[in-house]
Design a binder for this molecule. Structure first.
Ligand code: CP
Ligand code: NVA
Length: 303
């Protein structure tokens, strides 16, 4: 049987997401009811981190334990990856000792090469280009609060980063529209968007992007790995803060999302992220629940 990986959002069909959403609801309910559920007993998840993390590590590690399995944490600093062991060799070795692998790394080509040499499913825990687990949790959170996301409008205000590219793929899979506003010089890289993408509009003015939106979302101006550009980005992104004025352009019942960690006063004002439209804590919690469904599906298939 061909191994299934989750390297970018578009790796799953809408039917697979529908299945995973139903599984997530069931698995979340069990967790809330303190009902033990151990389908991954004796299974092992290896997590490889080449960048920092709070939510991704915690949600995968706790999730794997809750499913009855074990999780092992490796990072570049104290594994041989930091001393230049080829990714292909690491994949060969690691995948002989576990059932599934999650990686957070830099370029997407690293995780692609890893997956090509792995005997077990590989999950993208964030690369420079994609963050599919987060956007899946966000879509799930939207559906929990408002029902179907198909036909809705999502506003992206900020950097053309990993989160945006995963949102762009989600728009195609789920059939919603994305209004995107990035500052000049930080535009979408067309190589990372499908050529026939029909479901997004680029707007110069970030407030216009929020007009009529059902969900407004943003992310840090400087992603991990781009720290040297921080000073230039602070200048270029001036005006791209999601604040109360921009939220007023959105629909009355619009939600606000941010994958976190956030910088209040930069990409989002405190009154928005800490305000009544914000669902950032639910988004963070849902990482746990959607990823448990994902682990179950990738290791066991449909059950
Ligand atoms: N949102 C997210 O992936 O958070 P971490 O960087 O803390 O894992
Ligand atoms: N775009 C951010 C997301 C952090 C979860 C980054 O890559 O650093």
């Amino acid at each position: 049987m061909a191994i299934k990986h989750y390297l970018q959002f578009a790796d799953f069909t809408l039917a697979e997401y529908d299945y995973l959403i139903e599984r997530t609801k069931i698995i979340k309910r069990k967790f809330k009811n303190y009902e033990p559920y151990h389908p991954l007993m004796d299974r092992t998840l290896v997590m490889v981190f080449e960048k920092n993390s709070t939510r991704t590590r915690l949600s995968f590690e706790a999730g794997m334990h809750q499913l009855g399995g074990a999780a092992i944490y490796l990072n570049t600093r104290d594994s041989q990856l930091g001393r230049g062991e080829p990714v292909e060799d690491a994949a060969q070795v690691m995948s002989r000792m576990c059932d599934i692998i999650m990686i957070r790394t830099f370029g997407q080509e690293i995780i692609n090469r890893f997956a090509a040499n792995s005997r077990v499913p590989v999950v993208n825990g964030l690369t420079n280009e994609h963050h599919p687990c987060q956007v899946f949790a966000d879509v799930f959170t939207y559906i929990e609060h408002r029902g179907s996301i198909a036909g809705q409008t999502v506003a992206w205000v900020g950097d053309a980063n990993n989160m945006l590219y995963s949102w762009l793929q989600a728009a195609e899979v789920f059939g919603f529209h994305l209004n995107v506003s990035t500052p000049a010089g930080y535009d979408i890289n067309p190589a990372l968007v499908s050529a026939d993408h029909q479901r997004y509009t680029v707007l110069k003015n970030p407030s216009d992007a929020c007009e009529g939106a059902d969900l407004v979302t943003t992310d840090v101006w400087t992603s991990m790995g781009y720290e040297e550009e921080n000073a230039a980005r602070l200048k270029a992104f001036d005006g791209w803060i999601v604040d109360a004025q921009k939220m007023q352009r959105a629909n009355k019942d619009a939600l606000f999302m941010h994958c976190l960690p956030a910088h209040r006063g930069e990409e989002v004002s405190a009154d928005v992220i800490d305000g009544p439209q914000s669902v950032v804590w639910e988004e963070a919690e849902n990482r746990l629940h959607v990823q448990k469904a994902l682990l179950e599906y990738l290791v066991l298939g449909k059950i």
